[in-house]
Ligand binder design. Sequence first.
Ligand code: 5RP
Length: 208
Amino acid sequence: MTNAKKAAAIKALDYIRDGQIIGVGTGSTTAYFIEALSAYKHRIEGVVASSVATAKALKALGLPLMELNDVNKIDLYIDGADEINDRLEMIKGGGGALTREKILATASAQFICIADPSKQVKLLGRFPIAVEVIPMARSFVARALVKWGAFPEYRVGFVTDNGNVIIDCYQVDCSDPLAVETAFKALPGVVDCGMFAKRKADVWLSGA
Ligand code: 5RP
């Protein structure tokens, strides 16, 4: 699927207009986009990164890195997904960058998802839903997720860019993605989760 990932990433360049501020996601598909974006560095106003890893990659290529706090808006957000359905709702967060990704996606006028065809599903939920949790609430949140009907698994040894931990939730009934997102986010101690139903993608590029 490497070719499809690369093709989707390159196709995303068509959506960029001169002088725009581009939000940049995290992951292997986005890595192709970052590489391609370096040819546009003198045409865009800036880039805002969804993770420390992405910021490092953008900086290494000399792209004009900006902070979300210093910009009024993001024109375009480009990011991958772990699963995407026909309504362009997604599960993201395989790389653990879901909270910053969701902030940038929500702050952006347009969200272009670059995800190869293997990510397409009829029903979301085979891929676990990552839940970012404040460390002291880890066990409390895990118990609440069990009560909710999920099978939570602590992502051992992983710390997010925000200093939190990740609980991956398996076997979640995702027939109503927005309800899942709302319920998970409502648990005290949860920072955010990898269900992207409220802010879904506007465009999906599969690279096929
Ligand atoms: C990271 C993400 C990624 O977008 C998602 O995991 C897809 O990654 P890849 O492009 O490597 O398949 O949400 O938190």
